[in-house]
Design a protein around this ligand. Structure first.
Ligand code: PGA
Length: 255
């Protein structure tokens, strides 16, 4: 049985310690009874230091990105070694905004995934097609290509420590969600890729989140799909009430 996992990707919002603390102090009481869902928030780097108190709660902390070296002349980059002492145990890698705006390649993401795993950080790795690719019927080709290249050279033990986030780019921040059926179809195909590359057990063990315009009113239907193990939430994770409703929807579906 896979445990549901809900991530709150704050992107470039709530980056001061005051903003982040205010939001979390509202969220903590709303979700304190939630036990069947892994809750992880991904604030901007600048807020991480002030959030180490989360270790006494059921909310885990993660980073939105990292570089694949421990230290060196990499101006503006963040090492996994800086993240661990702050209490981070997860990191988002390969988000479509990193891929498109900052031109991150599958090769770079693959290096980051390996480095995160070697640094005991659990990666949430995002894959997904854009609108043009979907319209041309190329969704599965894109997913397969990203899957092969982003997870190149990983053992099945390593793969089990990864959470995959299927995030169709056309659904991110647009208000246009993939239908539960559209999302489930891709999730099933990702499981087939896992099964082919590794084995059935690995394919059944890896958690696959959906991401893209998840809101309190569509969360339940999405999470009810057999192969959707929670979500990576952007906009609706910035506000305690909407984020807590999404978390509680996942809790209610958990067996
Ligand atoms: P959204 O973002 O929920 O605002 O669409 C999701 C994401 O980019 O992870």
């Amino acid at each position: 049985m896979r445990k549901m996992v809900i991530g709150g990707n704050w992107k470039m919002h709530l980056g001061t310690s005051e903003e982040a603390n205010t939001m979390l102090n509202q969220l903590i009481p709303l979700v304190k009874e939630v036990k069947k869902v892994d809750i992880i928030i991904f604030p901007p780097f600048t807020a991480l230091y002030s959030l180490s108190f989360l270790k006494n709660t059921n909310i885990k902390l993660g980073a939105q990105n990292m570089y694949f070296k421990d230290e060196g002349a990499f101006t503006g980059e963040i090492s996994p070694q800086f993240l661990k002492p702050l209490g981070c145990d997860h990191v988002i890698l390969g988000h479509s905004e990193r891929r498109t705006i900052f031109k991150e390649t599958d090769e770079l993401i693959n290096n980051k995934v390996k480095k995160a795993l070697h640094s005991s950080l659990k990666p949430i790795v995002c894959i997904g097609e854009n609108l043009e690719e979907r319209k041309k019927g190329k969704t599965m080709d894109v997913i397969k290509f990203q899957f092969q290249n982003t997870f190149k050279g990983l053992s099945k033990e390593e793969m089990r420590n990864i959470i995959i986030a299927y995030e169709p780019i056309w659904a991110i921040g647009t208000g246009e969600t993939a239908t539960p059926e559209q999302a489930e179809e891709v999730h099933v195909s990702i499981r087939e890729l896992l099964s082919k590359k590794y084995d059935k057990d690995t394919s059944e063990a890896v958690r696959i989140q959906y991401g893209g315009s998840i809101k309190p009113d569509n969360a339940k239907e999405l999470f009810s799909q057999d192969n959707i193990d929670g979500g990576l939430v952007g906009g609706a994770s910035l506000e305690a009430e909407s984020f807590s409703k999404i978390i509680i929807a996942a809790q209610m579906i958990s067996k």
